[in-house]
Design a protein around this ligand. Structure first.
Ligand code: NAD
Length: 265
């Protein structure tokens, strides 16, 4: 039995300067955690930390998660500041959507570097701190693109599928030390990333294909992540949770049947 600390819990969120990562940061702050936000975009990160206006509870760390020495330095900075880590959310991600035969090796490496290497490195660095204390939770942010293949996602989808497996690998080993590791697979969420890669036509296809008929919100992603980090999820380990309005359950479905047999107008 590990002695429970009375000091506030500490959460580390990568890619926390904006979007889903920032919403996750808000969730942790609202639930009493101190929060370290790691991001490669120092300008946006500084602005975000200033906007949060809780300097005693929020630490911004300029860090490229695909760079092992920067990740090690970030872990050191978090420990120096807050003394412990209770939750890690590997949220930092990049998307390049290009045909499989056209995407360059550099683009492939860049996507894998952040989306997969970043989670590997951060889980090593911050996971060690949690294992030492015999408790903690890691949540990775994958994507529905990691659950099923689709066009233009050879790098992005492969990185997210690998991240889902990485989750299970870490869940098996860190679980032995009392640290749970899970992954969510978001459907489309209205963020800067989505604005970049979702055209009007793609949006309309998503609306048609998602049973709930809309994009998810960043808060809905944060609620799922927060739950998986919380004591309420104390026996959940190595699981992938699709937070996608039913997209994964429905797959492509049969659009004509969904329209009650009527042809598309
Ligand atoms: P976003 O682009 O708005 O935010 C991503 C953040 O990660 C940015 O602040 C960026 O600077 C940071 N980042 C990128 N590379 C980094 C690196 N190497 N090191 C540190 N920080 C880095 O994106 P978002 O939509 O909020 O996406 C967050 C996560 O959710 C990503 O992993 C993404 O793949 C995943 N996701 C998003 C959607 C969606 O529709 N928006 C759907 C499924 C999954």
């Amino acid at each position: 039995m590990t002695e429970l600390s009375t000091s506030p819990r500490v959460a580390v969120v990568t890619g926390g300067a904006r979007g889903i990562g920032l919403a996750i940061g808000h969730w942790f702050l609202a639930h009493g955690y101190n929060v370290a936000l790691l991001d490669i975009d120092g300008v946006t990160l500084d602005q975000t930390v200033a906007d949060l206006a809780q300097p005693e509870r929020v630490l911004g760390v300029h860090c490229d998660v695909s760079n092992s020495s920067q990740v090690d330095a970030a872990a050191k900075a978090v420990v120096e500041r807050f003394g412990q880590v209770d939750a890690l959310v590997n949220n930092a991600g990049v998307a390049v959507f290009k045909p499989a035969l056209d995407i360059s090796f550099e683009e492939w490496r860049a996507v894998l570097g952040t989306n997969l290497d970043g989670a590997f490195l951060c889980t090593q660095a911050f996971g060690k701190l949690m294992v030492e204390r015999g408790r903690g939770a890691v949540v990775n942010i994958a994507s529905i693109s990691g659950l099923r293949a689709s066009t233009l996602r050879v790098a992005y989808g492969t990185s997210k599928a690998a991240l889902i497996h990485l989750t299970k690998q870490y869940a098996v080993e860190l679980g032995n030390a009392g640290v749970r590791v899970n992954v969510i697979a978001p459907g489309p969420v209205e963020t800067e990333m989505a604005k970049l890669v979702h055209s009007t036509a793609i949006r309309s296809d998503y609306y048609d294909t998602i049973p709930l008929g809309r994009y998810g919100t960043t808060e809905e992603m944060a609620n799922a992540v927060g739950f998986l980090c919380s004591d309420e999820a104390s026996f959940i380990n190595g699981q992938v949770l699709a937070v996608d309005g039913g997209f994964d359950a429905a797959g492509v479905g049969l659009p004509t049947l969904r329209r009650g047999g009527k042809p598309a107008s």
